[in-house]
Design a protein around this ligand. Structure first.
Ligand code: DC
Length: 235
């Protein structure tokens, strides 16, 4: 079973997707982590997305996601663990820029599909989150969600995440709000695979929902979908 959750930054996608995957014994596919890993390669090489060396840099990026025995997700860039290094605002900003490059999206498409195939075969299900997982990457997903929240609430949550992050200083709330607004505009307005709600997605506005309510809303529909595909459910 493939479940997709798309939406803007700070809508609650990743924490919800992770929790849903854990409770269903599925795998959580963080597609943003793949874009962040490419972005880290650009940051480390001091390259801009329009650099002549961008294509070479991309060709030399081998990115993978792996789970350890304890169920923790590890992001690998050319065999090196970059799980924490990709969680900075500099890398997030660069991820939004490199994500607009056709070559990057093209390169990451098979990576996402292969990971999903590998994981759904081993666990029976994958919960993917991102910007185009329901529209482009998994157009035939079993269940699609679009999570959104007000800009103010999304900024407040991202600010809290910065406060909890070990490797970053917390920027002022206004700066976080500006960063989110800028990245959203960039993600929504790009020509290729822009952030948009899939026509067949269930919308969830999380502005005044608790985390538990978000997880339960999604789980309820997963259970219904499972029952619908389970022949024994008609008895
Ligand atoms: O979800 P995130 O903040 O980790 O994602 C980082 C950037 O990657 C985001 O600004 C846009 C890009 N992205 C994308 O274009 N498509 C996806 N499926 C996931 C992320």
């Amino acid at each position: 079973m493939i479940i997709t959750i798309d939406g803007p930054a700070g809508a609650g996608k990743s924490s919800t997707a992770r929790a849903v995957a854990e409770r269903q014994s599925f795998r959580y596919l963080d597609t943003g982590a793949l874009y962040r890993a490419v972005a880290l390669a650009f940051v480390e090489a001091e390259a801009t997305p329009t650099d002549a060396k961008a294509q070479t840099l991309l060709s030399n990026c081998a990115i993978d996601l792996q789970f350890d025995d304890a169920g923790a997700l590890h992001v690998l860039l050319n065999g090196t663990e970059v799980t924490d290094a990709i969680r900075t605002s500099e890398v997030g900003d660069m991820a939004s820029q490199v994500a607009a490059l056709p070559a990057v999206r093209e390169a990451l498409l098979p990576v996402q599909r292969q990971i999903a195939m590998r994981w759904s075969q081993s666990t029976g299900g994958v919960v993917a989150d991102g910007r185009d997982t329901g529209t482009v990457v998994f157009p035939h997903a079993d269940l699609k969600f679009f999570m959104d929240a007000s800009l103010e609430e999304r900024a407040r949550r991202r600010h809290e995440e910065y406060q909890a992050a070990p490797n970053e200083e917390t920027p002022p709330l206004e700066a976080v709000r500006d960063e989110i607004r800028r990245r959203d505009a960039h993600d929504r307005e790009r020509a290729l695979a822009p952030l948009r709600r899939p026509d067949d997605a269930v919308s969830i506005d999380t502005t005044s929902m608790t985390f538990e309510e978000q997880v339960e809303a999604i789980e309820a529909l997963i259970e219904r979908a499972k029952a619908g595909t389970d022949p024994s459910s008609s008895h």
